[in-house]
Design a protein around this ligand. Structure first.
Ligand code: ZN
Length: 154
């Protein structure tokens, strides 16, 4: 069976044509590594100077399995233009969801037409959950390098 058959069209598409792949000069960076699978990502993040620290740009580079790369692609696409506090909330909610919590607020429903929902299915493969979350936890560390962006909720 091909990757496309197992994980579906959305993840296959993000894996084959990753969005926001590349570096950003002068950005905040953070690197993450998942020893279980060998995935490596480097996140590049540019936040605005205003009080909300809006995401002006976010890109990634790395070498990893198809799930890791597809997840990073979906993440970077999703957070453009979002305030840092909202991104942190999304990351936390998504992590809880992937770790098996039901009814997590702030995420698309299980049957929503949304690329993020394609990642929910990876919960069926517990050893791959870290592949999904690597870009997310790494991005969170990047955001938290800007101290005043971490805890503010509007
Ligand atoms: Zn992986």
């Amino acid at each position: 069976m091909s990757y496309r058959d197992v994980f579906g069209e959305i993840l296959a598409d993000h894996h084959e044509s990753p969005r926001n792949y590349g570096e950003i000069q002068g950005a905040i960076t953070e690197e993450g590594y998942n020893p279980l699978c060998g995935d490596k990502v480097k996140m590049f993040l540019k936040l605005s100077e205003n009080a909300e620290h809006t995401v002006e740009a976010c890109k990634f580079e790395g070498e990893g399995c198809s799930i890791c790369m597809a997840s990073a692609s979906i993440l970077t696409e999703r957070i453009q233009g979002q305030p840092a506090a909202k991104v942190n909330e999304l990351i936390e909610a998504f992590r809880e969801k992937m770790q098996g919590k039901e009814d997590v607020a702030g995420l698309p429903a299980d049957d929503a037409d949304d690329d993020l929902v394609a990642l929910y299915g990876i919960k069926r493969f517990p050893v791959r959950i870290k592949c999904v979350l690597l870009a997310w936890t790494t991005l969170k560390k990047a955001i938290n390098k800007v101290p005043e962006s971490a805890g503010e909720t509007a």
